[in-house]
Design a protein around this ligand. Sequence first.
Ligand SMILES: [Mg+2]
Length: 262
Amino acid sequence: MTTPLATYLPQLRDAVASSSRVVLLLDFDGTLAPLVQRPELAALPQPTRAALTALQSSPRVTLAFISGRALADLRSRVGLNAIYAGNHGLEIEGPGLDFHGVDLIQSTEVLRAVSAKLAEKLHAIPGAQVEDKQSSLSVHYRNVDPSLAPRVKQITQSVTASYTNFVVLHEGKLVIEVRPRVDWHKGKAAEWILQQIASPAPLIIAMGDDRTDEDIFRSVPDSISIKVGEGPTSARFRVGDPGEVGRVLELIREAVSCRATV
Ligand SMILES: [Mg+2]
C-alpha cells in the first residue's frame, strides 16, 4: 500500500530530526532531474541543488546517487562530495569507497560489439540513440516516432539474441538497457553501500522513479522508500514529480539543521 508522502511529512521531519545518521539513496533522471528529450541535457533544478549542497555539508548526512548513467557522467552532473553508483551500481565510488568488483571483462568486450551493431541497425530509425556507457548500453527511443518504437525493441532484441549468455535486456522509461548478465542491480549496490557506511544504524530514505529503483525499495525494506510519479511500486510513499522531490529534500535539510541547533 503506497501512501502520498504529503500525509507523512510531519513524521518524516521528526524522523530526520531525531536521527543521528541519515542516508539518502537517490536516483538521478526522473527523480532529481526532470526527464528531458535528450539525456545529455538533464540537470539538477536549482532548488534541488541548493538543498543537496546544504545536506552534503552535514556530518550526519550521507548522500548516495545510484543511477543507470555511467559513473563519470553522473558525478559530473551532480558535482557534490558524495557516493556515486553508476551503471546501475556496477561501479561505485565515494569517500573511502571503490567498487568495480563484478567481473565484467568478457561482457565489456561483448558490449562493444553489440554497441557497434546496434548503432548500425538503428541508424535508419530517426531519433533512436545508442548510448555506450562502457559497462552497459542504453538504447533511447524517447525521440522516436511512437509507431517505430516496437521496431527499436525488435532490432535490439535481434542484435542481442546471439549474446544472451553475456548480456540481458531491461526495459526502462523509453529506454532499453543492455546490461552484463551478472547477478547485480541497484538494490544490491544499495545494500553494499549501506554495509560500508552503516554504523550506527542510519535512517535511510530512498527515492526513485523507474522499474530499476524497485530493486532498491525491495532490498532496503526498512527505508523510507519514495516512488516518484505514476506506476506500480513497492515503495511506501509516493510523490508526483522531481519538483516535489526538491521540496522534500528542502524539508529534510531543514530537519537536519534544526537538530544541529538543539
Ligand atoms: Mg530514474
